[in-house]
Design a protein around this ligand. Structure first.
Ligand SMILES: [Zn+2]
Length: 94
């Protein structure tokens, strides 16, 4: 830990899809300075992310992670629903 810690490249949260490229700007918020870093998502898109959000996982993708998770959830839900329906139909036949 040195004096330059604030501008050191942050290490993304373990569940993050982001790769940190380089620092782009400092944000002034309430008298404090926050580094913003350009990150590349695993989908290939880039976005600026505040340093803390990279580390604590507040932002873990360009925004596509949420969409991917929702799609996955919808697919699983559709599958479960289809299986239940097949079972019900089978029960009705008997
Ligand atoms: Zn993405």
């Amino acid at each position: 830990m040195g004096r330059h810690t604030k501008t050191d490249k942050p290490i993304p949260h373990p569940t993050s899809w982001l790769t940190v490229l380089w620092q782009v700007e400092m944000l002034e918020l309430g008298g404090r300075r926050y580094g913003q870093w350009l990150c590349q998502c695993k989908c290939g898109k880039t976005r600026k992310v505040p340093r803390m959000k990279i580390i604590n996982g507040g932002i873990r993708s360009c925004g596509c992670m949420k969409k991917a998770l929702m799609k996955e959830f919808a697919e699983v839900a559709a599958k479960v629903w289809a299986e239940r329906r097949i079972q019900q139909e089978a029960a009705n036949v008997q």
